[in-house]
Design a protein around this ligand. Structure first.
Ligand code: GDP
Length: 364
């Protein structure tokens, strides 16, 4: 599955948010929740479109798609030098596809901050610096190897060496690898092989206290500037409240949300933001027996989407009968959409779009 790693300094609210995410998952009906490891949670992706489609066709079984969150605790200043089991935690970050960076924006004298005060700018830079330092080590190693090999005079290696030197300078200036511009395809391959931590897409979570959820505060404003500067998304959440919400039964949850004047749990916004960060899209299979949301990466073609359901579907792929979500809802049924010519028959080169409702035709 696709994984978002939750990182941040100690005591910023990572576990609180992770626990809220996973206890919400346990509560979800019809949902085979499981924890692979204590720090990995599989979480259903909330999607109103699935709910509406399921209601429309009176489905017996509604199955949301899912994504994984990993609670990566223990990142501290000096982690890249091995402080506080640092390397182990950096290794966990290497495994995930994207990073959710939780930043403490709530003041509370009872909850110790590792650096003695709440300061989002400093905190973000502590974490980012550790990631960049770890990356510099990876780049240095590769650079030494390439330098040696390039002595042969091989042009490809000489070009790679130049790229690595440029990358080294970029990281050395405190810039994350994700802002490094590299157009050459071969060099992009080298970047992938390096599997750099600071190359992973990131979104920020401003963990605020309940009363600051609507208005925000100076800390949130500071973090907003960071996020905007990096073209990263910022999600504002009150971790403590989310944990409370997640533990309530559905009916109580509705009442509590109304009381808080929230349309939905903040976690839903976080999950969807994580989903976007991973550049994932959803397609649906719709039926009376089961209506299900499926996850694929942007750009996947119809046979690949079919393969998500079953490898036989991909192997024997003939066509995909596709109705856009909006058309499905507007027509009210598959048959009506077909009558209006809104059910398209697509071939193997069709790139699946977010919200497509698909019926696969295949040979067995
Ligand atoms: P982690 O070390 O980043 O995983 O932090 P925790 O989730 O363990 O939270 C550290 C402490 O901060 C705990 O006592 C939490 O109850 C508290 N905490 C977490 N989120 C919030 C929040 O949004 N508001 C307040 N007031 N306290 C919070």
């Amino acid at each position: 599955g696709f994984q978002c790693g939750i990182v941040g300094l100690p005591n910023v609210g990572k576990s609180t948010i992770f626990n809220a995410l996973t206890s919400a998952a346990i509560q979800a009906e019809n949902y085979p929740f499981c924890t692979i490891e204590p720090n990995i949670g599989i979480v259903p992706v909330p999607d109103e479109r699935l709910d509406r489609l399921a209601n429309l066709v009176h489905t017996r079984n509604k199955v949301p798609t899912q994504m994984e969150f990993v609670d990566i605790a223990g990142l501290v200043r000096g982690a890249s030098r091995g402080e506080g089991l640092g390397n182990q935690f950096l290794g966990h970050i290497r495994q995930v596809d994207a990073i959710i960076h939780v930043v403490r924006c709530f003041e509370n004298d009872n909850i110790v901050h590792v650096d003695g005060s709440v300061d989002p700018l400093r905190d973000v830079s502590v974490i980012n610096t550790e990631l960049i330092l770890a990356d510099m080590e990876s780049v240095d190693k590769r650079l030494a190897r390439t330098k040696n090999q390039a002595k042969s005079g091989n042009r490809t290696l000489i070009a790679e060496l130049a790229m690595l030197e440029r990358l080294q300078a970029h990281l050395g200036a405190g810039e994350p690898a994700r802002t490094f511009v590299c157009k050459d395809e071969q060099h992009q391959g080298v970047m992938r092989e390096l599997c750099l931590l600071s190359a992973k897409p990131v979104l920020y979570v401003a963990n605020v206290s309940e009363d600051e959820l609507a208005g925000g505060n100076a800390h949130v404003a500071a973090l907003e500037r960071v996020a905007t500067g990096e073209k990263a998304e910022l999600v504002r959440i009150a971790g403590a409240i989310e944990q409370e919400i997640a533990q309530l039964a559905p009916e109580e949850q509705k009442e509590y949300l109304a009381e808080l004047q929230m349309a939905e749990p903040g976690l839903h916004r976080l999950i969807r933001a994580g989903y976007r960060l991973l550049e994932l899209i959803t397609f649906f299979t719709v039926g009376e027996k089961e209506t299900k949301a499926w996850t694929i990466s942007q750009g996947i073609k119809a046979p690949g989407a079919a393969g998500k359901i079953h490898s036989d579907f991909e192997r024997g792929f003939i066509r995909a009968e596709v109705i856009a979500y909006k058309d499905y809802m507007a027509c009210g049924s598959e048959a009506a959409a077909r009558d209006k010519g809104l059910m398209r028959s697509e071939g193997k080169d069709y790139e699946v779009k977010d919200g497509d409702c698909i019926l696969f035709r295949f040979n067995v």
